[in-house]
Design a protein around this ligand. Structure first.
Ligand SMILES: [Zn+2]
Length: 282
C-alpha cells in the first residue's frame, strides 16, 4: 500500500478514531529506534531536525509521561486524555548523541530498551552492517543515561532473537537473565521489557511476568486503556515522514486500522517461522 493511499484511508478513519479516543481515553506509547542525520529512507531512523519538531509538538500538545507513570495510570484506571509515553528500541549510540539533547530541552521522559550483548559490543543489530562508527551504547553510556532525569532503561533481551523460535529454557534465559544483567550493570532493577521485533505469544508474556517485569511492550498498534494486558502493551511507530500533521493523525489513532492489518500479517509470518525453523523470515 502506497503512502498516499495509506494517508487517504487514515484520513477517512480519523473522525471515528478521534471520537473513540475522546470517549475512552488511552495512553499511546510511541516507538522510536534511531535518531541520526542523513538516514536516507531507513524506516527506523528519524532525522534530528524532524525529531526536534515531533518532540516539540508532543511537549506542546500532549501529556507526556514516563512508562512507569503510564503503567501506574493504567493500573489505577486514571488515564488522562492525550497521554503519551516515548520509547526507543535496541540501544543505539545515536539515542545519546542526538535524541537525549532534544528530550532534555523539552523535559520529555523516555524509556530506552537495551540488548545486553549489543551493550557488550559483542553483537550488533543485523539490520545495520558493520560500520566504522560504533552502533550501540556501551555500558558506561547506559549507566550515564540511567542517571539522567526522566530516562528509564528497559530490557530488550540478551541477543535480540525471535523469541517464538526458542525453546522454553532459552527464551527464559533471554528474558530473565537480561534483567539480572542490567541490574548488575546499573545497580537498579528494571521493570520493563520489550519483545524483539514484536515476536510475542502467551508464552513470552508469561515469561516476562515471571521474570519480575511490571510491564512489557509489543509492536501491536493502538492505544492502551485500563484493563489492557500490561505484558502486551501496544505501541505506535513514529517515522521520519511524520510531520506534526501526520503525528496528530497517528496520535488520534487514524492509522491504527491500517497498521492492525499489517501487524496481523507480520504475526502470521512469525508463527509460520516458529513452526518451521528452516524458514528464515522477518
Ligand atoms: Zn529491536
Amino acid at each position: 500500500m502506497g503512502a498516499a493511499v495509506r494517508r487517504a484511508v487514515a484520513l477517512s478513519c480519523l473522525p471515528a478514531t478521534r471520537l473513540a479516543s475522546r470517549l475512552r481515553p488511552g495512553i499511546r506509547i510511541l516507538m522510536y529506534h534511531r535518531v541520526r542525520p542523513s538516514a536516507g529512507h531507513d524506516q527506523l531512523s528519524v532525522s534530528p531536525e524532524r525529531f526536534e519538531r515531533q518532540i516539540a509538538h508532543l511537549a506542546g500538545t500532549r501529556k507526556v509521561v514516563s512508562l512507569a507513570d503510564a503503567v501506574a495510570a493504567l493500573t489505577a484506571a486514571s488515564v488522562q486524555p492525550e497521554s503519551v509515553a516515548v520509547t526507543f528500541d535496541d540501544g543505539y549510540l545515536d539515542n545519546l548523541v542526538y535524541a537525549l539533547p532534544v528530550l532534555r530541552r523539552h523535559g520529555i521522559p523516555a524509556t530506552i530498551f537495551v540488548t545486553t550483548e549489543f551493550c557488550d559490543q559483542t553483537r550488533s543489530h543485523p539490520r545495520y552492517p558493520a560500520q566504522s562508527e560504533r552502533l550501540h551504547l556501551d555500558w558506561r553510556e547506559v549507566r550515564a543515561l540511567a542517571r539522567e532525569p526522566g530516562i528509564t532503561i528497559g530490557s530488550h533481551t540478551i541477543s535480540h532473537p525471535f523469541l517464538q523460535r526458542l525453546g522454553d529454557d532459552e527464551a527464559r534465559h533471554e528474558i530473565a537473565d537480561s534483567r539480572s544483567r542490567i541490574q548488575d550493570e546499573l545497580g537498579i532493577a528494571t521493570d520493563f521489557f520489550c519483545y524483539p521485533s514484536g515476536d510475542v505469544t502467551a508464552r513470552e508474556s508469561r515469561l516476562a511476568r515471571e521474570a519480575g517485569y511490571r510491564a512489557a511492550v509489543t509492536v501491536a498498534p493502538g492505544a492502551n486503556r485500563p484493563g489492557s494486558d500490561l505484558w502486551a502493551l501496544r505501541r505506535t511507530e513514529i517515522t521520519d515522514r511524520d510531520e506534526p500533521r501526520e503525528l496528530s493523525m497517528k496520535l488520534a489513532g487514524a492509522f491504527d486500522p491500517i497498521h492492525a492489518v499489517l501487524h496481523w500479517k507480520r504475526r502470521r509470518a512469525f508463527a509460520a517461522a516458529a513452526r518451521d525453523p528452516n524458514m528464515q523470515r522477518g
